[in-house]
Write a new protein. Sequence first.
Length: 233
Amino acid sequence: MEGIILAGGMGTRLQSVVSDVPKCMASVAGQPFLSYLLNVLQEAGFKHIILSLGYKSEVIEAWLRLNPFDMQISTVVEDHPLGTGGAVKLALTAATQSHVFILNGDTFLAVDYVRMLRFHREKQADATLALRTMTDFDRYGVVEMNDRSEIIAFREKRYCRSGLINGGTYLLNSEELNDYPEKFSLEKDYFEKRVAGHGLAGFVTDGYFIDIGIPEDYEQAQTDFANGRYKTL
């Protein structure tokens, strides 16, 4: 398996607690958040990870030189902001497989990657999004599916008693973004506009989920990762 981690973010909302490193390098229970993502992917059987870098890319590259992994790790660096879609499209130039996982470098979702890949192939989807069941939330938009696991709508953020959210882990056919411009949003310009074509599938998981993009959840992660809760599928 092969994957891309979007690791170029500044972490603007985390400036009060993390000000001198890229967001994915924020310390969580004594380790950079990125290290947990890479270790889990390595344990899952990934052979190649492409890191899409931007802000302070040299910090991440220096850390990688000192912390080798038992899988190939490549880097691509934006010389100007490309948006999430542009960052993925650039990273895909280093991909070698026909189906590539995409992860956000500030989000952790426990996923059975092998099952998700099998599901993606069975559905013959253009892209598959890992969806997480949530209760009593207003930070995330709601994703709606039909009974064939096709994503049919993305709803704006609002209070919701129970629903499915985008868990920040995707599986994409490697040529899917070839005709897109250099700079675009994967969420707005690709996912939301592909709904009408019924090419998006939703893979539901109840695995551990956290987004360290805000200080409250960043603090929660300190406890969750120290006690191994993040490994809960």
